[in-house]
Design a protein around this ligand. Sequence first.
Ligand code: FES
Length: 147
Amino acid sequence: MEQSTGGGYLNVLASGDLEPGQMREISAGTHRIVVGRLYDGTVVAFAPSCPHEAAPLVQGTIRGGSIDCSRHHYMFDVRTGENTFPLPIYPAWKRAQVSDLRLPIFPVIERDGWIAVEPEPYQGRVDDDQENTELKDSEQTSSSRRD
Ligand code: FES
């Protein structure tokens, strides 16, 4: 189900449909998006295909703030999209050989019993860097689960 909340966000899941550690792949606008809930209750949203070799990330495992891809266990921070394994342990010469391994992430909020995503990823926006930092800060505050 997809329902506009205004401001570009679309309700995609009822809050109760996503337990800590769970992920679901949904459609929003023209995008397929994986929506997940970290074990601290925070909701996250990211592209469904692994940037390494396109394995479906919904089959992976949430570990802390990262998604662990089931195929080769590359890991991506689901708040920033950065590869957290194995790039940081590669020597500089090998890092330079690897193509971009950034996971596209999507703005996501949780309010009034719904999880809502904005169906355009952060990466590629004209005003990317500064606005994203502000958005992430405010969204992380509003997306934390209130028990
Ligand atoms: S396809 Fe995901 S780690 Fe290789």
